[in-house]
Design a protein around this ligand. Structure first.
Ligand code: FES
Length: 576
């Protein structure tokens, strides 16, 4: 039977398709549409606008721009809402709800009469959730992100969210900035609508989405408030109508080679550690497992090229003026799979060739003169992380990348709040701060708590960095020698759960090791005595119950087991 499209597709089940279509049209006509309009390809626009997500502030204008493009190209644009996730507006973390947004989006695009969906993404978890959704639903899709904020300034110093937020807060904790001044600074960090304007998670996900081929070329870095952003959205609407005819589904774009390109770009931009969790989850929706050993090999041969905070000095608007992602792709060209299809219907290689000619700029470095000689991220393994851990080595203190120290353990986020700043806490700058029970199940939701604050007493003495390890995540805007995503997590009984204060821990990033230096006999005794943490409040019902029963570990993308593909049939990254 021929698949029905547009308003004739995915009919309500009354047992009489003719009646279902007739009734649908009748209700659609109540909105003023004509028969001719209702016969066009239907382009759904997933709108994630919310008053509780400042990063999506321009979504309504973007929706209008997409609609203009769709109408001009002969389609019928229909906007629909999904839930929206604002990183600073949710407790304990928007990550707890990423899979819920993904399910919401997947079911809406599967069950409504939509031929193609334009996804209005932006804030950290929104883009991965939407891409996970369309990877599973496998209907043609195109991503439009809201784009980064412009930078602000304070006393002549240029600044932005949220690398500078953290820097000023550390100064405040160290007693060098008082309460009134920190309040004033808070009004200068986020001067416009848009996403964080450093190479945080939102910028990272925008760049890897473009590299993956799920966004029109040039879309990753356009500032949220630029008119170019609206034109990009309009072009995406035009292209969406063509996609309806071409049936260029995500499964043809999101291939192991395309994920390899995305992972390569993740490394070269010095992207967020969160990028690896999200790309893992997205790939697993298509039955593609992430090969962490291969990813680490790739990291050793992929330098960081982009001079943006938190690795470097600049901001996303500077990357945009330097040509956006194109100069990065051009510089990486010998290392990319150029034959990967993109949403344009052309290959990545063809898009790089068709891009604007290069010009002199100092934001994207040549491979011969990188910001950091290796990729930003390194995969660690060892007795403390049998299934792996991640460190953003490009944003760490070089002398701490090889370090052995005494563990000072906190068994929960509440424990951090209760004890970290107690001046009587026995701690020195050479100790290793350890946080347990902050992983996918432990916190729950794997919050961005891995960037543990430097204890106030040490901060007052001018200590800026210490080795910190946990099963939590860290904001892409943060910096420091921070080992994250330890897997298995403590709440699932991973070795992290067995660490006690005064144990010795050895970090050796060059050797890719993180080890707990405790005798096996002693660890065996501790394992016998270990009990899982108390149940979370509200865990007996609702979404939290579903989440806790089905969330997988960080190295599996923290997706639900029933949402990942039933079998992994390929791996990524792949050479050549
Ligand atoms: Fe939304 Fe940073 S909080 S992008």
């Amino acid at each position: 039977m021929t698949k029905q499209r547009g308003f004739k597709g995915r009919l309500t089940a009354y047992g009489d398709p003719g009646f279902s279509f007739y009734l649908r049209k009748a209700f659609a006509k109540s909105m003023g549409y004509t028969d001719e309009e209702l016969g066009r390809p239907v382009i759904g626009i997933a709108n994630t606008f919310s008053d509780l997500v400042s990063c999506q502030g321009t979504a309504p204008q973007l929706v209008q721009a997409v609609k203009r493009g769709v109408v001009a190209a002969g389609g019928l644009p229909l906007e629909f809402p999904t839930i929206s996730l604002g990183e600073p507006f949710l407790t304990p973390s928007s990550m707890l709800l990423r899979n819920l947004l993904s399910m919401d989006t997947e079911e809406m695009v599967r069950r409504q009469p939509i031929d193609v969906v334009v996804l209005i993404g932006g804030c950290d978890k929104i883009v991965p959730a939407q891409l996970m959704a369309v990877a599973s639903a496998d209907i043609p899709a195109i991503m439009v992100v809201t784009g980064p904020m412009m930078t602000g300034s304070y006393r002549g110093e240029r600044l932005g969210a949220c690398t500078d937020c953290r820097r000023f807060w550390s100064e405040h904790r160290g007693g060098r900035i008082d309460a009134a001044e920190i309040d004033t600074i808070s009004g200068n960090l986020c001067p416009t609508a848009g996403t964080c304007m450093v190479m945080g998670t939102a910028s990272t996900m925008a760049c890897v989405t473009e590299a993956l081929g799920m966004m029109l070329p040039g879309g990753a870095a356009i500032p949220a408030v630029y008119s170019d952003r609206m034109r990009h959205a309009q072009e995406s609407g035009v292209r969406a109508v063509a996609l309806a005819k071409e049936e260029l589904t995500p499964s043809k774009i999101m291939t192991p080679k395309a994920f390899t390109n995305a992972l390569r770009v993740l490394l070269a931009i010095g992207g967020s550690t969160n990028g690896i969790v999200h790309l893992t989850a997205m790939a697993r929706r298509r039955g593609i497992a992430l090969d962490f050993e291969a990813f680490d090999r790739m990291s050793r041969e992929t330098p960081v090229l982009v001079d943006l905070k938190p690795n470097g000095l600049h901001y996303m608007e500077d990357l945009y003026r330097a040509g956006g992602l194109l100069p990065v792709l051009r510089e990486l060209k010998p290392l990319l799979h150029l034959d990967c299809l993109t949403v344009t219907g052309r290959t990545l290689g063809e898009e790089i060739e068709a891009g604007r000619p290069p010009f002199k700029q100092d934001i994207v470095r040549p491979r011969s003169n990188p910001i950091y000689a290796e990729g930003g991220l390194a995969v660690l393994r060892g007795s403390l992380a049998p299934d792996g851990a991640i460190i953003k080595q490009s944003a760490a203190t070089p002398r701490l990348l090889k370090h052995e120290g005494r563990a000072v353990v906190f068994n929960s986020l509440d424990d951090i709040v209760a004890r970290l700043d107690d001046d009587s806490l026995n701690i020195t700058p050479d100790d290793v701060l350890v946080l347990q029970n902050a992983g996918p199940k432990g916190a729950p939701g794997m919050p961005e708590a891995g960037y543990l604050p430097i204890p106030k007493r040490l901060a007052r003495d001018g200590v800026k960095d210490m080795v910190r390890i946990s099963d939590a995540r860290m904001s892409g805007t943060a910096f420091g020698t921070v080992v994250l995503h330890i897997s298995p997590e403590a709440a699932s009984g991973g070795p992290l759960a067995l660490v006690k204060t005064n144990d010795r821990i050895r970090l050796d990033v060059e050797a890719r090791r993180i080890d707990l230096l405790v005798e096996a006999d002693e660890l065996g005794r501790r394992r016998e005595a270990w009990r899982p943490p108390a149940a979370h409040e509200g865990a007996e019902r609702g979404y939290l119950r579903l989440y806790l029963e089905h969330v997988q570990q960080a190295h599996q993308g923290a997706d639900f087991d029933f949402l990942s593909a039933t079998a992994m049939t390929a791996t990524t990254p792949v050479w050549p």
